[in-house]
Write a protein that binds this ligand. Structure first.
Ligand SMILES: Nc1ncnc2c1ncn2[C@@H]1O[C@H](COP(=O)(O)OP(=O)(O)OP(=O)(O)O)[C@@H](O)[C@H]1O
Length: 239
């Protein structure tokens, strides 16, 4: 992957974890608590998997990290800052530091694959000439070199997923969170995408990958956060 500049000034102290959950709980509306007593750190520069059966709360935990939801109780810090105390106007800057691969991809339907992937760089104010080659190279790497000008609706599910991954990693975010990022691709492509995440991590990005593909999870010797019925049943000793 071709390095591109980080999108925002990094005010994080080296000792701050990228993510800290302290006794976090979440309920949707008046429903039951679907995440309970979550306490863990993702140290800056670490690589973790998040596993658990369907419905265990993986997507909900990721939603809390990118602040799509606020916890019903407990504290969440990102890059050393308590998110509950963060002014609303700081939220876009925070989100620019986080690359997200959504389970439903969320590509913009009116933009080409190229323009979807280039979006984080455009938003960060970079000129097209400075990123065009990087975007094309990355898309070729994920097997979409022939689909640069296609609209998302004309892509298969696996192709959309790969475009979504390319968009999440293109700006080398400080933190990458990915929700079942290999759910729609064959095993060979899944391992290729995993290599991309490992390379991104090697370049300094903190990575959290939610997956219930145990074969994939075991293919790396990375620490695992395991959820069952909304509780962490195992977490790495250092966390
Ligand atoms: N918007 C919502 N409103 C109410 N309940 C929700 C909402 N989203 C998720 N839930 C409930 O929260 C629980 C956890 O769901 P979540 O999608 O986080 O699990 P998951 O581990 O990601 O599952 P999967 O692997 O199937 O994606 C489930 O019981 C689900 O029904």
């Amino acid at each position: 992957m071709t390095p591109t500049p980080r999108p925002s000034p990094d005010l994080t102290r080296e000792t701050d974890p990228a993510v800290r959950f302290d006794a976090v709980g979440l309920r949707y509306g008046r429903g039951p608590e679907i995440l309970s007593d979550l306490s863990f750190d993702l140290p800056s520069g670490s690589f973790h998997f998040l596993t658990g059966p369907s419905g265990a709360g993986k997507s909900s935990l990721l939603r809390l990290i990118y602040r799509d939801r606020q916890p019903s109780r407990g504290l969440i810090s990102l890059f050393g800052r308590d998110t509950a105390l963060m002014p609303r106007e700081d939220l876009p800057g925070l989100r620019r530091r986080i690359g997200v691969v959504f389970q439903d991809f969320r590509l913009l339907g009116h933009l080409s694959v190229f323009d979807n992937v280039a979006l984080p760089l455009r938003v960060a104010g970079q000129a097209r000439a400075s990123y065009a080659d990087d975007v094309a190279d990355l898309l070729a790497w994920v097997g979409l070199g022939e689909r640069l000008h296609a609209l998302p609706a004309s892509l298969s599910g696996g192709e959309q997923q790969r475009a979504a991954i390319a968009r999440a990693v293109i700006s080398r975010p400080d933190l990458l969170i990915a929700d079942e990022p290999t759910g729609n691709v064959d095993p060979a492509m899944a391992h290729r995408l995993l290599r991309l995440f490992v390379e991104l991590n090697r370049l300094g990005t903190t990575v959290l990958i939610a997956s219930h593909d145990i074969t994939l999870v075991r293919s790396l010797n990375a620490p695992v956060l395991e959820l069952a019925e909304g509780r962490l049943v195992s977490k790495p000793k250092a966390a």
